[in-house]
Design a protein around this ligand. Structure first.
Ligand SMILES: Nc1ncnc2c1ncn2[C@@H]1O[C@H](COP(=O)(O)OP(=O)(O)OP(=O)(O)O)[C@@H](O)[C@H]1O
Ligand SMILES: [Mg+2]
Length: 488
């Protein structure tokens, strides 16, 4: 265990960490903060939800001279929502030092952005396309940047972004420090990374699996046509606090969302075809629990840190093992428990085996529940609510009313009626989705860099609070590292 004090962190940042409830450094933070402070180039790999943002954020903030109103730190992230989230975390960490941070991303008014940039932020967190736009218009000056970070580095160095990244790094002073972070780092991407850095130190938090141990991983073998019923049955049984359902395409996301509405679930979809305003509003609704289900393309797979996500469903199997790691990593963050359930059609079983092999994790079989089991599962969710009320709350004058009721009816009838009222019975509306092709196994050598940038993967950004809170001690049962890659 390493305390932040031992890492030699300055007072204003210590104060921020205390306010954020960070009690001790996570392994990736303990290992990379000293290197960052020494000015070394670093490739940092650690599992999802283990605090990589602060691992690169803290040393960057330490090195900012807040009296110089120029951009000194640049962080590049693959999606808009992620740029906003990282910017918010950097703001929280740096506020007592007076460090000013600005997120800069596509889909936002250029004029407003230019005005905010004129105010002289110290750190800019940007998506690559919009950043390049500003560099070309000379509305962002990178000549004072001493630290550059690529968050989700393997994704940023993948086919869709690599040229932009090279162009961005070209205009930053040669003597800069470059930090690359991700939960996944396929070998061929690591090789590209090394060409952009000076003798980078590679820090890999040791762990057998790429995925975090606090996520229980399951698969359900299910035919395409049965997927939707299986999904709603599972949702009834699991009663997730917040759930993310990943679908392969935008159309798929829209159809699943509509289907869920038809069956009475509070769900909204998020993908790259929506306006930025809509994307933000959907994400915010999800974060404050006004909707309980987010249906998403891979645009939401990387980096997003939303507290309360208890379940991730891969309605469609992810295209590659790295995407699997990031998708399921939206739950089980900061030591919390989570469950991930992947739907696999019989023809896709080899693909599941590839995922297991590359991530070195065991995905357990779960039987698809029947409609009857789902009904009983729903009732069980109600029973749990009822028992926690019995145990936890002062029932006051409800007891009196209950006693009166029991003079008139027998106890089983009274409890059954209460359960029926409390249970959200689903409408069993028929839902048919358009058919899709099963995913086939890709040969491992098949230039991994060139993955399908199929959907809206680019330009996802997320806004809003990170799971804040007091005393957030990392209870990671088995701290380990992980791996990540593309999407955007
Ligand atoms: N030392 C710490 N103690 C307690 N909580 C922490 C600590 N460091 C980070 N956190 C919290 O843990 C959560 C996950 O952190 P973060 O988003 O940086 O993870 P990550 O490693 O970047 O994950 P991903 O690979 O999914 O991007 C955040 O809510 C963050 O505020
Ligand atoms: Mg991250």
């Amino acid at each position: 265990m390493t305390t932040f004090n031992e890492l030699g962190i300055s007072k204003p940042i210590m104060k921020a960490l205390e306010q954020m409830g960070f009690e001790e450094a996570t392994p990736i933070q303990a290992q990379t903060i000293p290197l960052g402070l020494q000015g070394k180039d670093v490739i940092g790999q650690a599992q999802t939800g283990t605090g990589k943002t602060a691992a690169f954020g803290i040393p960057m903030i330490e090195k900012i001279n807040q009296d110089v109103k120029k951009i000194q730190g640049l962080i590049v992230a693959p999606t808009r929502e992620l740029a906003i989230q990282v910017s918010e975390e950097i703001h929280r960490l740096g506020k007592f030092k007076g460090v000013r941070t600005l997120p800069v991303y596509g889909g936002q008014h250029m004029d407003r952005q230019i005005r905010a940039l004129k105010d002289g932020p110290h750190i800019v967190v940007a998506t690559p396309g919009r950043l390049l736009d500003h560099i070309r218009r000379k509305t962002i000056n990178t000549s004072n940047v001493h630290t550059a970070v690529l968050d989700e580095a393997d994704e940023m160095l993948n086919m869709g972004f690599i040229d932009d990244i090279r162009d961005i790094l070209k205009v930053i002073p040669e003597q800069k420090q470059t930090l690359l972070f991700s939960a996944t780092m396929p070998k061929e991407i690591r090789e590209i990374a090394a060409t952009l850095m000076k003798n980078p130190e590679e820090v890999k938090v040791k762990s057998k699996e790429m995925t975090v141990s606090n996520i229980d991983q399951f698969f359900v073998e299910v035919h395409e046509k049965q997927k939707f019923d299986t999904l709603t049955n599972l949702l009834d049984i699991h009663g997730p606090e917040l759930a993310i359902i990943f679908g392969r395409t935008k159309k798929r996301v829209d159809e699943v969302t509509e289907g869920l509405h038809a069956r009475g679930f509070r769900a909204e979809g998020i993908h790259g075809d929506l306006t930025q305003g809509k994307r933000m509003s959907v994400l915010n609704k999800f974060k404050n629990g006004r909707i309980e289900i987010l249906v998403a393309t891979d645009v939401a797979a990387r980096g997003l840190d939303i507290s309360g996500v208890t379940h991730v469903y891969n309605f469609d199997v992810p295209q590659d093992p790295e995407s699997y790691v990031h998708r399921i990593g939206r739950t089980g963050r900061a030591g919390k428990a989570g469950e991930a359930i992947s739907f696999i059609t019989p023809r896709e079983m080899p693909h599941l085996h590839l995922i297991e092999k590359v991530t070195k994790s065991k995905v357990k079989r779960m039987d698809a529940p029947s409609f009857d089991e789902a009904r009983r599962g729903q009732q069980q969710v109600t029973v749990e609510k009822l028992t926690s009320t019995i145990n936890g709350k002062d029932l006051g004058d409800y007891r009196e009313t209950a006693a009166e009721l029991l003079e008139e009816y027998d106890s089983v009838t009274v409890v059954a009626a209460a359960l029926k009222m409390m249970t959200k019975e689903r409408r069993n509306a028929p839902v048919t989705l358009s058919s899709v092709q099963p995913v086939s196994v890709k040969k491992p050598s098949n230039n991994k860099g060139k993955k399908f940038r199929n959907d809206n993967n680019r330009n996802f950004s997320r806004g809003g609070k990170t799971g804040g809170g007091r005393n957030r001690k990392f209870q990671n049962k088995r701290p380990s590292n992980n791996t990540s890659r593309k999407q955007g």
